[in-house]
Ligand binder design. Structure first.
Ligand code: SF4
Length: 677
């Protein structure tokens, strides 16, 4: 797969016994397909699509080596009975020229069932269940279970295993004093604590043979109190190499860490410095991970010798052809770090998919087939729903015209990408600009779609995706100059004063607060800074502290005073935010000093400011700017006009239902509709 642009990324990696075709590793993700009906067949289709798209080495979702280590009651365990099912996956990947390894993950105290075990009987703050401490002989048996599972993986056709030693799972619990307070040979000194992973690697190598890939996923930054020190991390890596691992993949932060490690506010490549430090300790290849989402960044990491391979999990969800497209210079559907359809789904028991690629994990359910007959399709509105519909309809062979009133495609993503930390949302717009051009979609910008304009296009079908506009709540005095909508505030933060009231504390309200409290106001794409991020969240770039964790800075500078108001009780603040990154959004604005007030009843706005009742108490906020973040409503009422044209008109996204709209639904709505025409 030659490419002048990415010579290092696309270079093969020779492990001695196995050659990996390029330097990309698809990181492990639990998708929910593992436990779903026809799970093996669906995983086979999911992974085969990524192998076809050129990824070098795939790591499956975590499978436990024994029953106690399963993540949840019905989660996967590697057993003899499971081998034939796993063979469906490995054969599908190999048929596409790919390689795949099985991740062996023992959840330890993170398990969500009653038989959970750990080095010591210490519960995690993210799991109410208290683990039972393993007896010494049970530790020996667990090591043997890892080795037996590695052998079963080989029988199932896997090219190797990845031993999950990071993110705070069982092995990590053994290595860190935070969770290992044992007094036998598996606890106490650092040497004793790392005995568990070293024995597992050694026994897996002995069981599975010398030509089997063994990856050890090591936590390079624990980011928790009582985590490993740098010296312990370095000693562990050297021990892992000596025990027979082929590769060290890296993991960042335990799941219970209170520092975001993969959400969109984490700068790209924020932890590569620690990977580079680790790489100097060993001679086997080291894999960089976390927030590496573009081939340019991956190439930069490899070409500067900071790592030997790059791991990307979510970027392979958002675009299964990431590698092939990088090689061919085609636009890539970049992962924007939102977590909204992948991790949020996984942590709420739903099937994982991707906001910007609704086909992910639905490869068998939503095949992208050619349309029975090519039609002329006019799509009104180039926000997420319209873009998805245009892409899918064109790929199915339809002749598509996309009409947009604004000067750029992207709809609400043009606002989102101005929020600090959400700069990657601009990548989705850039992707669709190139992708739709490659598909031959006719994009008409600055064009008002009315019945006459559409009639000239002579469409066979019309898709109305005209999106949403801010909802104006029924509060007297909102016509005053001090009041603006969230659209105006995000587009022109320089017009916002220093004393601000934000009306509505949903996702948009938090975004507006984050923007206004940011020291620079709106920030340019790519401006995020690793040093500033590390300082704000308390990450020790010198790695002098255990776990690389410094005292968190809880007062971040901001020039504005911002009140965030909501009708609901104060305890419900942030309740509607993302399950897996909402806590970080919440802390971010809290550390910048936003004042959150619940139980608010809005009365009116006059020269004195915004008058409200807070519970039983009347209050007036003397804000110089009041920003409305009170939901959305349909952009316009084109539907009745378009229906006079006598062709089918389909409404999608906000044009169909603005009440519960989010970008996940918008992309999926557009995709499903275009698959049905
Ligand atoms: Fe990335 Fe968001 Fe898709 Fe998850 S849902 S893979 S974070 S773009």
């Amino acid at each position: 797969m030659p490419s002048a642009t990415y010579p290092n990324l696309l270079a093969p990696l020779d492990l001695g016994h196995t050659v990996i075709r390029n330097r990309t590793l698809m990181g492990s993700m639990h998708t929910g397909l593992e436990e779903a009906p026809a799970g093996y067949e669906r995983q086979a289709a999911f992974f085969a699509a990524r192998a076809r798209g050129g990824v070098g080495l795939i790591v499956t979702g975590g499978v436990s080596p024994n029953a106690a280590g399963r993540l949840a009651e019905r989660a996967s365990v590697m057993t003899e009975e499971a081998v034939s099912g796993h063979r469906i996956i490995t054969q599908a990947v190999h048929a596409e020229g790919g390689k795949i390894v099985l991740q062996l993950l023992h959840a330890g105290r993170y398990a969500r069932h009653n038989e959970l075990v750990a080095p010591s009987a210490i519960a995690s703050r993210i799991n109410p269940l208290v683990p039972r401490a393993l007896e010494s002989e049970e530790v020996e048996q667990t090591v043997a279970d890892f080795a037996a599972a590695a052998l079963l993986a080989r029988e199932a056709g896997y090219d190797g295993v990845e031993i999950m030693g990071s993110e705070g799972y069982l092995i990590n619990q053994f290595t860190a004093p935070r969770t290992n307070q044992r007094e036998d040979a598996w606890g106490g000194s650092a040497e004793n604590r790392r005995r568990f992973p070293l024995e597992i690697v050694r026994r897996c190598r002995a069981a599975a043979g010398s030509d089997f890939i063994i990856i050890y996923r090591q936590s390079v930054l624990d980011l928790v109190d009582g985590g490993n020190s740098w010296d312990e991390i370095a000693d562990q890596a050297r021990g892992i190499e000596a025990a027979g691992a082929d590769l060290i993949n890296t993991g960042i932060g335990w799941h219970e860490a209170q520092i975001p490690t993969i959400a969109h506010m984490v700068p790209r490549g924020a932890f590569v410095w620690a990977v580079e430090k680790l790489k100097k300790q060993v001679t086997i290849p080291v894999v960089a991970s976390n927030r590496i989402n573009t081939p340019d960044l991956a190439e930069e990491i490899l070409s500067t010798g900071k790592a030997d391979m790059v791991s990307m999990a979510r970027p392979l969800l958002s675009d299964p052809e990431f590698v092939a497209k990088a090689a061919a210079g085609k636009p890539i559907n970049i992962c924007i770090g939102c977590n909204q359809a992948c991790l949020d789904n996984a942590f709420t028991g739903k099937l994982t998919t991707c906001m910007v690629n609704p086909f992910a994990c639905r490869e068998t359910e939503m095949p992208l087939n050619a349309a029975p007959a090519a039609k002329r399709i006019a799509i009104v509105g180039a926000g997420p729903a319209g873009l998805a519909a245009a892409s899918v309809a064109a790929q199915r062979g339809h002749n598509v015209t996309l009409i947009e009133a604004g000067e750029r495609i992207g709809g609400q993503f043009n606002l989102a990408c101005r929020i600090p930390g959400k700069e990657d949302y601009a990548e989705t717009i850039r992707y669709y600009e190139g992708h739709l051009r490659d598909l031959g979609v006719s994009v008409l910008l600055n064009t008002r779609a009315d019945a006459a304009a559409l009639s000239r296009l002579q469409p066979d079908e019309i898709i109305l995706a005209s999106g949403v506009v801010p909802r104006i709540p029924d509060i007297a005095g909102l016509d005053r100059a001090s009041v603006m909508t969230y659209e105006e505030a995000i587009a022109h933060p320089e017009r916002v004063g220093d004393d601000v009231v934000v009306v509505g504390a949903g996702g948009v309200g938090f975004d507006v607060a984050a923007l206004l409290l940011h020291p620079e106001g709106a920030c340019a794409p790519g401006e995020s800074d690793i040093a500033a991020f590390s300082h704000d969240w308390g990450i020790d770039l010198d790695y002098a502290a255990r776990g690389a964790l410094l005292q968190a800075n809880r007062k971040w500078p901001s020039r504005r005073t911002v009140y965030l108001l909501q009708r609901r009780d104060r305890s419900k603040f942030g309740a509607g935010l993302s399950k897996t990154r909402g806590w970080a959004n919440f802390l971010e604005v809290m550390y910048r000093g936003v004042q959150m007030i619940g139980n608010v009843t809005y009365k009116n706005v006059d020269d004195d400011g915004l008058h409200v009742d807070v519970g039983d108490e009347s209050r007036t906020f003397k804000a110089d700017t009041i920003i409305l973040c009170a939901g959305q409503e349909r952009a316009d009422e084109l539907l009745a006009e378009l229906e006079t044209l006598g062709v089918p008109v389909h409404c999608i996204g906000g044009a169909k239902d603005p009440r519960e709209l989010d970008a996940v639904h918008a992309f999926e709505d557009g995709t499903r509709l275009a698959l049905s025409i």
